[in-house]
Design a protein around this ligand. Structure first.
Ligand code: GDP
Ligand code: MG
Length: 441
């Protein structure tokens, strides 16, 4: 009787759905396995630890989909958290600057910078119809500039003519200058690497960055380097402003743990994945695929997805059956609201709809309104939810007090329900329920 609002809230929905919530013990048990999976996928230890902690917090109390075990449910939640983390930000290149847009490619020796430079150039030329110029700033290794020229011929992309004895910053300036004069859209600078992050390398990268003011600075990391990838990412992102990451050798047997480490350490999106030595083996990064590879529990994830789909269908069918009888009570309304919130609330829905992107403020308010609606309904007895007509003035005051709202708001809720119920009845007369049912859930 004196339990908290959130207890009562979840109580309402447990009753409706007949499902339990994940206990702390459920989550801890499953998380032990998740942790092993992350480490096996070469996620750096501190990154794995932090990630597990965050997801544990988030998972406790989540409701378990019917016909799924708590452990399976945790795996699904972890998978979703991984996808979200890996793909949280826009991974497109941002080349919206006065041309030429400069892309600076940085990383350790052998990580795949030169190859990725040529792949990216080819992609921009073929897919985005950009006029691209490449330049190698690697004066440390004798054949490095020639290597890029060879790849340029293969990709049919221009490279800056090689001038012996020039320093990296001078080459960078020359590249930008010629691109300006010759009307190139994009200049890609392939920089020198070292075996380890060191001061000399960072000084050179900073000098090039200030000479060329890149629109994008992409860190190239070999996905097979696993644990080391963290130190590389830390080293570079402490010194220069990275805008994204290219993860190479994703065609190998790496499970992709480096992706998670990169994301956590740099906070920058992974923009591309290298998937082979050929020049078209460069793909936009797919967070869902990589999350599946990291966890290695793809079958569990799809099992839970299927179960959730079934439950949604059952809910929709149950609602449809009620509607066939022209019945739509407040429990049904509560269920609808809950489902809406699960989809990310009105704000998230609005974002998906064209033309509504600018309405963030308005939709924020609406999300709060959804929470208040839920609170009001959880302050009602089940009899009141099933027979809203019995809600008299005295009951309204009690509901308002119990939910921290006002009688006016309770009235609004009842009116909204009446309107929906009316609409249902009209629809019933018109027939065609099965069609409509497929729109719910
Ligand atoms: P850099 O020293 O960073 O410029 O590295 P390179 O671009 O010269 O690449 C080193 C080696 O890795 C070359 O043999 C490339 O063909 C190979 N390589 C680069 N990216 C990939 C990739 O995504 N997959 C595979 N399998 N090999 C790659
Ligand atoms: Mg190179």
């Amino acid at each position: 009787m004196f339990d908290s609002l959130s207890d009562r809230l979840s109580g309402v929905f447990d009753k409706i759905r007949g499902r339990g919530a994940l206990s702390e013990a459920d989550v801890r048990d499953a998380m032990r396995e998740v942790r092993v999976a992350l480490l096996e996928a070469d996620v750096a230890l501190p990154v794995a630890r932090e990630f597990v902690e965050q997801v544990t917090e988030r998972a406790v109390g989540e409701e378990v989909v019917k016909s799924v075990t708590p452990g399976q449910m945790v795996v699904k939640i972890v998978n979703d958290a991984l996808v979200e983390l890996l793909g949280a930000e826009n991974a497109e290149l941002n080349l919206n600057v006065n041309p030429p847009a400069v892309i600076m490619v940085v990383g350790l020796q052998g990580s795949g910078k030169t190859t990725s430079t040529a792949k990216l150039a080819k992609r921009l030329k073929e897919k985005d119809r950009k006029k691209v110029l490449m330049a190698s700033l690697d004066v440390a290794r004798p054949a490095a500039q020639e290597q890029l020229a060879v790849l340029g011929r293969q990709a049919e992309v221009e490279t800056l003519p090689i001038v012996a004895g020039q320093q990296p910053t001078d080459i960078a300036k020359r590249a930008v200058q010629s691109a300006k004069l010759q009307g190139y859209d994009v200049v890609i600078l392939d920089t020198a690497g070292r075996l380890h992050v060191d001061d000399a390398l960072m000084a050179e990268m900073k000098a090039v960055a200030s000479a060329a003011t890149p629109a994008e600075t992409l860190l190239v990391v070999d996905s097979l380097t696993g644990q080391d990838a963290v130190n590389v990412a830390k080293g570079f992102s402490a010194e220069i402003d990275l805008t994204g990451v290219i993860l190479t050798r994703m065609d190998g047997d790496a499970r992709g743990g480096a992706a998670l480490s990169m994301r956590k350490v740099t906070g920058k999106p992974i923009k591309f994945a290298g998937t082979g030595e050929a020049l078209d083996a460069l793909e936009p990064f797919h967070p869902d695929r990589v999350a599946g590879r990291i966890l290695g529990m793809g079958d569990v994830v799809s099992l839970v997805e299927k179960a959730a789909e079934t439950v949604k269908q059952e809910d929709a069918e149950r609602l449809a059956r009620k509607m066939e009888k022209g019945k739509f009570d407040l429990d049904d309304l509560a269920l609808q609201i809950k489902q809406m919130q699960k989809m990310g609330g009105l704000g998230a829905l609005a974002k998906m709809m064209p033309g509504m992107k600018g309405m963030k403020q308005a939709t924020d308010i609406d999300d709060k309104a959804l929470t208040r609606l839920e609170a009001m309904m959880s302050s009602m007895t089940s009899e009141e939810r099933q027979k809203p007509k019995i809600i008299n003035a005295k009951r309204k005051r009690r509901i308002a007090n119990g939910s921290g709202t006002t009688v006016q708001e309770v009235n609004k809720l009842l009116k909204m329900h009446q309107q929906m119920e009316g609409a249902m009845k009209k629809l019933k007369k018109m027939g065609g329920f099965s069609k409509l049912a497929s729109m719910f859930g």
